[in-house]
Design a protein around this ligand. Structure first.
Ligand code: GRF
Length: 217
């Protein structure tokens, strides 16, 4: 009898793909018992596409500029995700606002990572905003995606200190190291059947996850 097939992931990217690389590494070393079936990018020049190709993963670019509406673009993504029988969709630096066309069919199977301690700083320029506010800490949050931008229920959060002399870039690097740790953990919980979305509540092992996510720090 053949071994049961691993759960199938799709990773959606727009850029350099360091979170994608963390997923490739975690699948390869077995810490994430899953298979990346598909990498999709809206940006044909995304460096992350090369990471996928080097790892032997099917990678496609679907350029959002070739579609008349966000909905039409999302429909093309849904068709690809369905064609690959994807169990979990990982948004990893995917710089498009999603519509219900994609969110509804994958609700509860759609995760994002945001480079802030949500609910602080949804949207862009998170590190500069944390510096400008004089915050002592920054971080990253993995959350379920719902129709509220960066507003879906948090799953796991990592904190890092803000140090004197930090710039947005130095802070982004410190946060990114933690992103690469916590995102595969959240995916592992999901593929192990431990993590789910119940209405607007993220659940781990049948228990509600706190409003800012499990604190990984
Ligand atoms: C990360 O900082 C992530 O939090 C944000 O976009 C960035 C993607 O980086 N959503 P990479 O492409 O994974 O290197």
């Amino acid at each position: 009898m053949s071994a049961p097939e691993r759960p199938r992931l799709a990773v959606l990217i727009s850029g350099r793909g360091t979170n994608l690389q963390a997923f490739i590494d975690a699948c390869n070393d077995g810490t994430l018992p899953a298979h990346i079936s598909l990498v999709l990018s809206n940006n044909p020049d995304a460096a992350g596409l090369q990471r996928a190709e080097q790892a032997g993963i099917t990678a496609r670019s679907i350029n959002h500029r070739e579609f008349d509406s966000r909905e039409a673009f999302d429909e093309a993504l849904v068709q690809e995700l369905r064609a690959h029988c994807v169990d979990l969709v990982i948004l990893a630096g995917f710089m498009r606002i999603l519509t219900p066309v994609l969110i509804e069919p994958f609700l509860g199977r759609l995760l994002n990572i945001h480079p802030s301690l949500l609910p602080n700083y949804p949207g862009l320029n998170t590190h500069q905003r944390a510096l400008d506010a004089g915050d002592a800490e920054a971080g990253a949050t993995v959350h379920f995606v719902t129709e509220e931008l960066d507003g879906g229920p948090p799953v796991i959060q990592a904190r890092v200190p803000i140090r004197p002399g930090d710039t947005a870039d130095s802070l982004a690097s410190r946060v990114a190291e933690q992103e690469h740790v916590i995102y595969p953990i959240a995916a592992r919980w999901f593929v192990q059947g431990r993590l789910s979305l119940s209405g607007q509540q993220a659940m781990l092992d049948g228990n509600p996850i706190p409003a800012t996510g499990i604190d990984h720090t």
